[in-house]
Design a binder for this molecule. Structure first.
Ligand SMILES: Cc1ncc(COP(=O)(O)O)c(C=O)c1O
Length: 466
């Protein structure tokens, strides 16, 4: 009887080994479906099938299409988002999602892991090679999970952690009172200098000497400039602290060699895989070999159960993509586009925090045009430009009504946009920001900008049709 899933019955000849070309050896034999050519055919793959979704669940199918149309129809300027490739999406939508694989390759708590082991081993090898890291762990479900594991590996509840002030660009997991980091640890925050809005390394050193932190964290969620990892290393060494670099935002720029790497300096690097890196939503950790055991134990079993093996495989795909020369060109263009966008917005009367950017994002102070971050976010939304309101350093406005917005170039660069397009994006964004929503003239202007955005993205579409 033919199996229900429609996969052809398995013959003796089709019993094969899980062969990993990168490992060059066979794993425990498993039941392979078809010979190589057939194995890679559409008939054999059992994965994303939109017709099945549409038949089974038209409501959710509609949501999926609506979101695709939203991506296609507007400008995505959220600095922490990107547009993953079809290959990453195929791995994500695969049957690897079914597998329980608590543990690590070759040391699992479940049977039948010989196939997913290959995905994780390939992913780890690619990640280590891409970043020149001694150890990689691709299991964290998210950036926050990666950070939880890094804290767990190196600190005990009550220990002091020195990290960037949330109000100035630090992340929730860097000591917020509503997060584990602020509830279970003793956070001490460093800031940027008021005069140039750059990290104040003298202050970081002074605070480290005074508070003797167990962990010093470098990395942020809204800091547009390069971070001096060597300076952080020296400070951590002086007080005997672990240097943790939270590279969630910029790890993709490191992969593409567009900015310097923290790997030679940090004891541990945590990151997300879905921002500039353009992989699936998830987290990862890189560390020195001496910390490998502690990190692996802190991920599983300390803070997570079974890894999401479809996501691990998709991370492996993303690492392969990021190792290509085309990705290096992409990463360089991401930075060029962010710079061009910041410059364009300054030409429109706004102020780029710290005077510009070295990365994929810019923080824009809207006080010169007398608009709040919230107003700008809402007006841009109406004009099909997606961005987020954001506090600026030393923001005089309350956190829920911040004075700025954060803009990023990863998605529009994936769509193929270049510096000249950014000048147009800046003009459209400025028109939207300055349009008084709720007035006849303002709403007409927002509609006109939305039309211009549609025309712009039609020239460089996200997920092009056909
Ligand atoms: C610096 C930093 N660390 C950690 C995270 C958390 O990542 P996730 O949302 O995947 O938990 C973020 C998310 O934006 C981030 O910016």
């Amino acid at each position: 009887m033919a199996p229900k899933c429609g996969v052809a019955p398995i013959t003796e000849a089709q019993l094969g080994g899980g062969r990993s070309p990168e490992r060059g050896r066979c794993t425990v034999p498993f039941i392979a479906v078809g010979e190589h050519s057939e194995r890679f055919s559409e008939k054999t793959f059992w994965g994303p099938d939109f017709d099945a979704l549409r038949r089974e669940d038209p409501e959710i199918a509609g949501v999926v299409i609506d979101e695709l149309e939203r991506l296609r129809g507007g400008l995505q300027l959220i600095a922490s988002e990107n547009l993953t490739s079809p290959a990453v999406l195929a791995a994500l939508g695969s049957t690897l999602s079914n597998k329980y694989a608590e543990g690590y390759p070759g040391r699992r708590y479940y049977g039948g892991c010989q196939v997913v082991d290959v995905a994780e081993e390939i992913g780890n090898a690619r990640t280590k090679e891409l970043f020149g890291a001694e150890h990689a762990n691709l299991q964290p479900h998210s950036g926050a999970s990666a950070n939880l594991a890094a804290y767990a590996a190196f600190a005990q509840p009550g220990d002091t952690v020195l990290a960037m002030d949330l109000k100035q660009g630090g992340h929730l997991t860097h000591g917020s009172k509503v997060n584990f980091s602020g509830q279970w640890f003793r956070p001490v925050s460093y800031t940027v200098r008021e005069d140039n809005e750059l990290i104040d390394y003298d202050q970081v050193r002074d605070l480290a000497r005074e508070h003797q932190p167990k962990i010093v964290i470098a990395g942020a969620t809204a800091y547009p400039r390069l971070i001096d990892f060597k300076a952080f290393r020296e400070i951590a060494d002086e007080v005997g602290a672990i240097l943790m670099v939270d590279a969630a935002h910029f790890i993709g720029l490191v992969a593409g060699k567009a900015i310097p790497s923290p790997v030679p300096y940090a004891d541990v690097v945590t990151a997300t895989t879905h921002k500039v890196l353009r992989g699936p939503r998830g987290g990862m950790i890189l560390c020195r070999a001496e910390h490998a055991k502690a990190i692996d134990k802190a991920v599983f079993p300390f803070s997570q159960g079974g890894p999401l093996m479809h996501a691990v495989a998709a991370k492996a795909v993303a690492m392969r993509e990021a190792a290509q020369p085309a990705y290096q060109a992409y990463a360089a263009q991401v930075v060029a586009n962010a710079r061009a966008l910041a410059k364009g917005l300054e030409a429109e009367g706004m102020r780029a925090v710290s005077g510009g950017t070295d990365t994929h994002l810019a923080l824009i102070d809207l006080r010169p045009v007398d608009v709040t971050g919230g107003q700008a976010e809402s007006r841009c939304d109406a004009a099909r430009i997606t961005l987020n309101k954001n506090a600026i350093p030393y923001d005089p406005a309350p956190p829920m009504k911040p004075s700025g917005v954060r803009v990023g170039s990863p998605s529009v660069t994936t769509q193929g946009m270049v510096d000249a397009d950014m000048a147009e994006v800046a003009t459209l964004l400025a028109r939207a920001v300055k349009a008084e929503q709720g007035t006849l003239a303002g709403d007409a202007e927002l509609a006109a900008v939305a039309d211009a955005v549609s025309a712009l993205v039609a020239r460089a579409p996200a997920y092009p049709r056909g």
